[in-house]
Design a protein around this ligand. Structure first.
Ligand code: GDP
Ligand code: CA
Length: 313
């Protein structure tokens, strides 16, 4: 079994490659919930849903998140009432949020609902939210505001300079059932090429998860989300400096550190960083990591598993 720490789109692109080379039912993704929000009383879980849509082939191909063939009838009707459409939800997407919210209201846990949703979409990868408790990523801006991650990223388009990032509610959150077990029992743990600050750190901030990664005998291999010193998409370049990390493959490796990482896979464009990363005590390999097609993603996943096997042996 392979455990993958996962954010949204970067992780989804990686999981598509991994499931091309190993049986999907042998993969467990532990998914960030720090981005989750409430809209009109509905629970929205962007990272769980991005992965579900990608792995079921229902994702919007250009946007890379949300649903293909999406419409916005409900969102347009809501504007009639003067609602600010800052976070627009498509009609198909709303079906998932309605089901999830209804089940949570009945007392189901988020991990139970994530299981139902992925099965309903025919996704064989097990998707476990990092926690069933509410823990919310907050962005502290340099002008002194404390914003929900989505208010910062979607509401303000990531414009305000960032002073810091924290996961509100982390101290009282517990790993969801199956998370720590997966980290202790896996053949390999992979940290997907996701946003290190608002996708991976927010998983590691749940008490017990970072400790499991530091103490597990299972090899932990990360993949750099930075290619040629640049993010592929998203806002990691704005957030890494706010947590004291350099925006580079080596910066991300150093940020996770050798206590968490046994190995790190970086892009060939950053191959000159291999020695610096190895000097941290992290075995480092460079390969093609731009996963625009499934072949590259599969080959990257194979490199990760080979590195993990080498580290285990
Ligand atoms: P989000 O929650 O949807 O933003 O997705 P993630 O946190 O999973 O991923 C965002 C990160 O994935 C960004 O920092 C991107 O640079 C990285 N990323 C996206 N696609 C790729 C890819 O094909 N290769 C690599 N190496 N990184 C990628
Ligand atoms: Ca996300």
């Amino acid at each position: 079994m392979y455990a993958v720490l996962a954010g949204g789109v970067g992780a989804a692109r990686f999981l598509r490659g991994l499931t091309a080379i190993v049986p999907a039912d042998e993969v467990v993704a532990i998914v960030n919930v720090g981005d989750d929000l409430e809209r009109f009383g509905l629970r929205v879980c962007p990272d769980l849903d991005s992965i579900t849509y990608w792995l079921s082939g229902t994702v919007h191909p250009e946007q890379q998140w949300g649903r293909a063939d999406e419409s916005h009838v409900v969102a347009t009707e809501l504007e009639r009432f003067g609602h600010d459409p800052w976070f627009t939800l498509g009609d198909r997407d709303l079906g998932v949020h309605i089901h999830r919210s209804w089940r949570l209201g009945q007392g189901a846990s988020l991990s139970q609902v994530a299981e139902e949703v992925r099965r309903a979409f025919g996704v064989e990868v097990r998707l476990i939210p990092a926690t069933d408790d509410r823990a919310e990523t907050r962005i502290v801006t340099q002008d002194g505001r404390d914003l929900h991650f989505q208010e910062y990223w979607v509401g303000e388009r990531g414009a305000p300079p960032v002073a810091g990032v924290h996961l509100a509610g982390a101290a009282d959150a517990r790993p969801a059932p199956g998370v720590v077990e997966a980290l202790l029992d896996a053949d390999a743990i992979i940290i997907a090429p996701s946003n290190p600050v608002v996708s991976i750190d927010t998983i590691l901030a749940i008490p017990g998860i970072a400790e499991a990664l530091r103490t597990t005998p299972v090899p932990v291999v990360g993949v750099s989300p930075i290619i040629g010193g640049q993010v592929v998409r998203g806002m990691a370049h704005k957030l890494l400096p706010a947590v004291g990390a350099e925006v580079s493959a080596a910066g991300v490796a150093a940020h996770y550190g050798p206590e968490v990482l046994d190995g790190f896979v970086i892009d060939t464009a950053d191959a000159d960083a291999v020695d610096a990363i190895a000097a941290l005590g992290i075995r480092c390999v460079a390969t093609d990591t731009m996963m625009d097609d499934v072949e590259v993603a599969a080959s990257l996943a194979r490199t990760c598993l080979e590195l993990a096997a080498e580290l285990a042996g």
